[in-house]
Design a protein around this ligand. Structure first.
Ligand SMILES: CC(C)(COP(=O)(O)OP(=O)(O)OC[C@H]1O[C@@H](n2cnc3c(N)ncnc32)[C@H](O)[C@@H]1OP(=O)(O)O)[C@@H](O)C(=O)NCCC(=O)NCCS
Length: 238
């Protein structure tokens, strides 16, 4: 089972402040890396572990026993892999998502690209990806923080999907945990919301296990052909 922690790098951290933070927290971990957007801490990260450098937002410290699945926010070059995984999700799990496969497939690529570009605004909006050793994208989860003054303490977790062959290995838990940490520390969010369907589904049980509480049900929220599906509204204080 994978265990580890992220040391996030904030834009205001100087390289040396960030290095200190990592060095202090790295004890007992084998480090696996992540460079921040500005590459602060890269030298230190290399010296700790000599691991590959990923162009993202902090340093990920992991135990010796970890699998080689790694997590990072998606970047522009991940667009096509993201589209393919979304298509797979909508096709395989029609009851779990508000979007449907037929409409998504028919949507022009340029519109999908606009949507994708709009969500690439770390830490306020991003898609976190889980990648296998061969760099295949095997899981995704989106995060979007509200922007209005009275709502910006809240963030939304959306679009969680893990490829069937990689389920029950803690990947979705890790995606959610990284997002919650980043939402709290980097986006100053105080609570996170999720909409899950149908009630009693694996996803419902999954968020229950993660400590989300149910605050409502929207009856007949989705209509698939002639069948209605209810959506469960869940939240967790960070
Ligand atoms: C829901 C989903 C994301 C879970 O992914 P996963 O990587 O298999 O989940 P994890 O291995 O991280 O499991 C985390 C927890 O959820 C529980 N869980 C996961 N799948 C479960 C299942 N089939 N039955 C019961 N519990 C389950 C695990 O027991 C685990 O609990 P623990 O960590 O306390 O032991 C995945 O099944 C999926 O992609 N489903 C289809 C899409 C979907 O429903 N997305 C949600 C949209 S809101």
């Amino acid at each position: 089972m994978y265990r580890g922690r992220i040391v996030p790098c904030r834009n205001q951290d100087s390289g040396s402040e960030f290095c200190k933070k990592v060095f202090f927290q790295a004890k007992g971990y084998k480090s696996f890396v992540v460079t921040p957007l500005s590459y602060k801490g890269e030298t230190l990260a290399r010296s700790i572990c000599g691991s590959p450098i990923f162009n993202i937002f902090g340093v990920l410290l992991v135990d010796e026993s970890c699998s080689m699945i790694y997590y990072r926010p998606l970047e522009e070059h991940d667009f096509m892999a993201f589209v393919e995984l979304r298509k797979e999700a909508f096709l395989n799990e029609p009851e779990s998502f508000g979007s449907d496969y037929a409409t998504y497939t028919a949507t022009p690529l340029i519109d999908k690209e606009h949507f994708f570009e709009k969500v690439l605004n770390y830490p306020f909006s991003f898609v976190l990806g889980a990648f296998a050793e061969d760099n295949t994208m095997i899981g995704i989860a989106g995060f979007t923080c509200h922007t209005a003054t009275k709502r910006r303490h809240k963030g939304i977790l959306w679009g969680m999907y893990v490829k069937p062959a990689f389920r029950l290995q803690g990947i979705a838990r890790k995606l959610a945990e990284i997002i919650m940490l980043s939402a709290k520390e980097d986006a100053q969010c105080e609570q996170i919301l999720i909409t899950v369907s149908p009630p009693g589904s694996v996803a419902h049980q999954f968020y229950d296990r993660l400590g989300f509480i149910q605050y409502g049900v929207e009856y007949r929220a989705l209509k698939l052909d002639d069948e209605y599906v209810d959506e469960v509204l869940m939240m967790r204080v960070l």
